[in-house]
Design a protein. Structure first.
Length: 295
């Protein structure tokens, strides 16, 4: 018996996340289930975003998920050695490659870009600076913002609460790594910090913003409902911002400004002008229990 054909539908996340696209994906899934059951064809969906997964898993009887992650530190070092040897004909010492990998991590596209450069450390530095500039252009904080950008700053402030927690957990990993190394023990490899989807919602205080961060590739959400920075490069860029002097005060300022603007939106002002000198105004306020207060 011949093996079934394989049809790959790349970048399913590029469908607009609206009713028409949802119905189209569900129709494709129904056909995929029928084809898989009859042994005709295996349909593979690839996606870089989280939103197609909960949609397809509802009716996925033959649905299987494979999550693709970045390389770990040992795999990254080995791959970068081969890349430098293939593209430049020479390989730097391991401590130089490890220094570059601290910035770019195990993302193959980043390693390929750095591997083609003449100065791998300078290339890694430029990539980190570009990532930081892009990150600030998307979710940069604006102190004393106007109410016109309040909704945008809500997203930004909530996003930095989450990124700040990632940085905090990664620094805790580094401290434990150094402690074990100084004690002569074998420490575990440093990995990108993770937070459960449930906990990330609590940290951000706004669960609806997580999908935005996943869509713009600031964080990644896998099939196990685990949230992590989209890449080591993103984590390094966020760490530089978080560790800048005055960042905590800036974040507090923006959050307080948002609360202030929301308070103003919930406040109504009543202006009354007296027509003659000596006129008085009596205001009666009744609550739900018909209790009156006179001012």
């Amino acid at each position: 018996m011949k093996k079934p054909l394989v049809l790959v539908l790349n970048n399913a996340h590029l469908f607009a996340n609206n009713e028409d696209s949802v119905l189209l994906l569900l129709q494709l899934q129904q056909r995929a289930e029928a084809w898989a059951e009859s042994g005709i064809l295996t349909l593979v969906f690839s996606t870089d975003d989280y939103w197609p997964y909960p949609l397809l898993r509802k009716n996925g009887n033959r649905f299987q998920v494979l999550s693709i992650y970045d390389l770990n530190p040992q795999e990254s070092l080995s791959a970068l050695r081969r890349l430098r040897q293939k593209m430049k004909g020479h390989v730097e010492e391991d401590h130089i490659l490890e220094q570059a990998l601290q910035d770019i991590g195990g993302r193959l596209s980043y390693m390929a870009r750095a591997g083609r450069s003449n100065d791998i450390l300078e290339a890694a530095k430029n990539m980190r600076e570009n990532e930081k500039a892009w990150l600030l252009s998307r979710i940069g904080l604006i102190p004393d913002c106007d109410d016109d950008v309040m909704d945008e700053q809500k997203v930004c402030a909530s996003s930095w609460l989450l990124l700040q927690e990632f940085v905090k957990r990664y620094k805790a990993q580094e401290e434990e790594y150094l402690r074990l190394k100084e004690a002569g023990e074998s420490p575990p490899e440093l990995t990108t910090p993770t937070i459960s989807y449930y906990e990330a919602r609590q940290i951000m205080t706004r669960p609806d913003f997580l999908e935005f961060l996943d869509t713009v590739n600031i964080v990644a959400i896998d099939a196990h409902h685990v949230v992590r920075p989209d890449s080591t490069l993103m984590l390094r860029a966020a760490r530089e911002v978080v560790e800048e002097e005055g960042f905590e005060e800036l974040l507090t300022n923006v959050r307080e400004r948002i609360d202030e603007i929301e308070g103003l939106h919930r406040t109504r002002e009543l202006i009354w002008k007296t027509s003659e000198e000596g006129d008085t105004l009596k205001i009666v306020v009744e609550d739900g229990k018909k209790q009156s207060r006179i001012y």
